[in-house]
Design a protein around this ligand. Structure first.
Ligand code: B12
Ligand code: SF4
Length: 510
């Protein structure tokens, strides 16, 4: 008879990152409830191709053979669906009697398709349901009534209802790395993660730490999974939940102790700015006094104000991501998104006023975009203070979103095409106006006058050659240098520190 101490659970993380809050949360929770032998294995795959290295899979099977798991969990996004499907059939071949449980955003959104490839799946927040499942499995009890769980019972599928979201996020332990029970593939086999390996595979060479202070987003942009999640969760409690400030600060103290290289804290919250000003002021006070590491956030235009940005700047806000996504027409009618060109420019100017680096997202290759929409987006981008970071994401038709359903209805994509993962979920559409795309890419570091000139001439026969020549000879080298600096965030940080210290010494001497 197994006990919690001898029961082995292996969670495979197929989200292509060594820092993955969801799977880490689930593992930390199980360990905190006594299942100390909960192992987390990070697996990487190539977009659209899955796991291509045969040595990788052989080594995974060997590792699992030695861990002897009683339950195997798999954490995936839609982008990992093809890889998960193939991996799952391999796992079932080698471990036919070990229950295989899928969890994460993909099985949450697409359970009917997912359940075909695993024995069970957990939809939504996984900590509590997965704990209930492994406890039942260990005790030989039925799991048939566990809310959020879907399971195959002979040929029947049991589809349990969703439970309400967790209201008190502080009740969950924050994700902690268990060095002896976390694995990554390195030099021909899976090895336990060391500080050196964490730095090698972690975000920005292990200098960035991802954290979330809240869960949920009250908006329902048509391309985003939140429009589906919020519908699923309807009338099952609050969507937006916040951790207490003390709870966040405690996690960050743990981060400073465990990962002393940390040079940036990356708040991955969908809606960080939703926090009210009182909360932000208190947060800023403790963050500045106790943590004092530059941090980064994502903001939603309607939830942010100059006052909030000022408070956050004082706490150490270094950069903010803001989604412009498209023109006013596209945002209003296609994405149903609370964003306008005017508001975007306003916020970008406030960010510059407080010397906060702006990182602006736009969605490209949208088949609903017309030429005027792309020109408007370029004009908006060239109206904000330069330089800035521009992140261009080709539109990915994520499963079950309102936009994907619309595109299927409009005959733009085919439901059979499995569109969202055919090229790794990164979007398959073509640039409708390739020359405009070249101009748009140049907006972050090119004078607005020149961008306007390019827009004026781009329709003429010879203009393509001129614009591409400028892009190759001037813009590309400029961008390359800036990217090297950004990638080596740690170097930038060290240089900044040295400069600051030298300046401080000089001013003291003076
Ligand atoms: C951080 C983040 C990233 C990070 C890190 C990803 C990582 N390795 O974890 C980065 C920046 C790298 C990233 C990249 C991308 N991301 Co992203 N990302 C997020 C974000 C903002 C937060 C994820 C998170 O930590 N959530 C908090 C945790 C607590 O929730 P969770 O992950 O869902 O986990 C819970 C449950 O799902 C479940 N669970 C999770 N795993 C398991 C495993 C088991 C066994 C069980 C039982 C349960 C379980 O329990 C967890 C705890 O409750 C989400 C949006 C969001 N708010 O979730 C988007 C999101 C996950 N990303 C998304 C997308 C589309 C992408 C990209 C494809 C974007 C792109 N076009 O390039 C890339 C692909 C990256 C890749 N895998 O290769 C979509 C995914 C949609 C989908 N259908 O798959 C999301 C949902 C955004 C959105 N709102 O649409 N992303
Ligand atoms: S505001 Fe951002 S996170 Fe919220 S629904 Fe829209 S795209 Fe998704």
């Amino acid at each position: 008879m197994k006990t919690k101490f001898s029961y082995n659970i292996a969670v495979i993380n197929l989200t292509n990152g060594i820092k993955t809050i969801g799977a880490e949360n689930v593992c930390t929770y199980l360990r905190s409830r006594g299942f100390r032998n909960t192992f987390l294995i990070h697996l990487f795959f190539k977009y659209g191709q899955g796991i291509t290295n045969p040595g990788y899979l052989k080594s995974l099977i060997e590792l699992l053979g030695s861990l002897n798991p009683d339950v195997i969990g798999l954490s995936l996004m839609s982008i990992g669906f093809n890889a998960a499907k193939n991996l799952s059939s391999l796992l079932k071949k080698h471990f036919p009697d070990t229950p295989l449980v899928w969890g994460g955003i993909h099985p949450t959104l697409v359970p009917e398709e997912s359940i075909k490839h695993c024995d069970m799946l957990i939809r939504g927040e996984g900590e509590e349901p997965f704990y209930e499942l492994v406890s039942a499995a260990m005790d030989g009890k039925s799991a048939a009534c566990i809310e959020n769980l879907w399971l195959k019972d002979n040929k029947r599928i049991i589809r349990n209802k969703l439970r309400p979201y967790m209201d008190n996020l502080d009740a969950l332990p924050y994700p902690k790395i268990d060095w002896e029970r976390t694995y990554v593939f390195e030099r021909h086999r899976f090895r336990t993660v060391t500080t050196k390996l964490y730095n090698k595979y972690g975000s920005m060479r292990g200098t960035f730490y991802d954290i979330i202070a809240s869960r949920g987003c009250p908006y329902v942009c048509t391309y985003c999974s939140n429009c589906v999640l919020n519908e699923l969760q309807e009338s099952r409690g609050k969507v937006m939940r916040f951790r207490s400030i003390r709870n966040i600060i405690e996690e960050l103290h743990y981060v400073k102790r465990t990962f002393p290289n940390t040079a940036g804290i990356n708040f991955q919250d969908d809606a960080f700015g939703a926090l009210d000003i009182g909360y932000l002021k208190e947060f800023a006070h403790y963050y500045k006094n106790e943590i004092n590491i530059p941090f980064h956030i994502r903001i939603i235009p309607s939830m942010i104000s100059e006052e909030k940005i000022k408070v956050l700047k004082e706490a150490g806000l270094a950069s903010a991501v803001l989604g412009l996504q498209g023109s006013d027409r596209i945002n209003r009618y296609v994405y149903k998104r609370d964003m306008s060109r005017k508001r975007f420019i306003e916020i970008a100017r406030i960010l510059r006023k407080y010397n906060i680096a702006g990182r602006y997202d736009i969605i490209t290759r949208n088949p609903y975009s017309k030429k005027e929409d792309i020109v408007e987006t370029i004009n908006t981008l060239s109206a904000i203070p330069k330089p800035y970071f521009l992140l261009e994401f080709p539109l990915a038709f994520l499963p079950e979103t309102a936009l994907t359903k619309k595109a299927i209805d409009d005959g733009i994509i085919s439901p059979e095409l499995n569109y969202y993962n055919s090229r790794g979920g990164l979007g398959d559409g073509k640039e409708q106006f390739p020359l405009l795309a070249v101009i748009r890419t140049m907006t972050p570091y090119t004078p607005s006058g020149l961008i306007r000139f390019f827009l004026r001439i781009h329709g003429r026969g010879w203009a393509g050659f001129l614009i591409r020549l400028y892009s190759a000879l001037v813009y590309a080298p400029e961008r390359r240098i800036i990217e090297i600096i950004i990638r080596n965030y740690r170097i930038t940080y060290i240089v900044q520190r040295i400069l600051m210290k030298t300046l401080q010494k000089k001013s003291t001497a003076a």
